[in-house]
Design a protein around this ligand. Sequence first.
Ligand SMILES: C=CC1=C(C)c2cc3[nH]c(cc4nc(cc5[nH]c(cc1n2)c(C)c5CCC(=O)O)C(CCC(=O)O)=C4C)c(C)c3C=C
Ligand SMILES: [Fe+2]
Ligand SMILES: [Fe+2]
Length: 341
Amino acid sequence: MPSPALPPSTAVLLCNLGTPDAPTAPALRRYLAQFLGDPRVVEIPRLAWWPILHGIILRTRPRRSAAKYATVWTPEGSPLAVWTQRQATLLRGWLGEAGQHVAVQYAMRYGNPSIASQIDALQAAGVQRVLVLPLYPQYSSTTTASIFDDVAAFVRRARVYPELRFINSYHDHPAYIAALAASVRAHWAREGGPADKLVMSFHGIPERNVRLGDPYADECRTTARLLAEALDLDESRYAITFQSRFGPAQWLQPYTEPTLVALAQGGTKRVDVMCPGFPGDCLETLEEINDEAREAFLHAGGQEFRYIPCLNDSPAWIDALRAIAQQHLSGWPTARPVLFD
Ligand SMILES: C=CC1=C(C)c2cc3[nH]c(cc4nc(cc5[nH]c(cc1n2)c(C)c5CCC(=O)O)C(CCC(=O)O)=C4C)c(C)c3C=C
Ligand SMILES: [Fe+2]
Ligand SMILES: [Fe+2]
């Protein structure tokens, strides 16, 4: 029999991007300095980038970004933090029900709680193995690899580090696709059927990263195609777009907002819009898509902009996280109860 007195020896660590501690300019400055100072995110030589980042961007962007965050902030905090916490809490319950004595925690690549502080805390609680599960279904060096860097930095500093496993990508995992399909179908049921077009908007990355071999764009397109197949949508009924361009360089195209404007101008009246690459709603979905892009579409002559919320705490998504985690836990001497059964 599993003994509740024994602490779990294995943990799943959900890792997300992170978010500022408050919707204020000083908090945004700290967050953006860490985020945009990461060489995985901005691949410009430090000597050239530092004066631009510290001399220009961090003097102007924090105030503007803080105002945007203020529009989506909740009494519990930033939506990204709220959904990440909730996903960790629910996954803890589901893995428990599956009879696995596995701890679940979450950590943020930028801001708090940091990856190092959470691995430290897990080790202090007796955890010896950690499965790192990035909350990015599609692999990119800008996000997934940066989490790996941070875990590796912890290992470099540690005298004793836990056994580690790392999930790179689950962009085509059937349970993830099923969770997305269920959320679209539920939306259609609420709205009385599909709109003229389903727009799937993914976060962009610089076009150059893709040229240099980042598989992110292909993985986004595969997710979209599998989702369209699951929903029985032919190619004329959906569009794949990329949002959140940062800086003057070319990013992945087509861009989300110009596509929505072109659709409206071309006579498309009603769109369903979703962000399948974001497991939880955040600034980029709530403000950039459901606020700014909505306004642009309606202003250009569109009639209905129907936003489909991210997976958030939907049961199908928590079950997908459980399935993905369990696959990667298998064959590991995961939990003491397994040994004592
Ligand atoms: C798939 C997920 C993401 C990828 C890939 C990604 C790449 C990427 N992002 C920036 C710059 C910014 N992103 C910002 C916010 C933000 N980005 C993601 C996800 C991905 N980013 C999320 C979930 C969020 C929202 C965070 C939240 O707190 O809700 C921001 C900060 C906001 C702002 O000031 O506008 C920046 C800046 C780059 C440069 C990049 C790849 C090179
Ligand atoms: Fe981003
Ligand atoms: Fe944005």
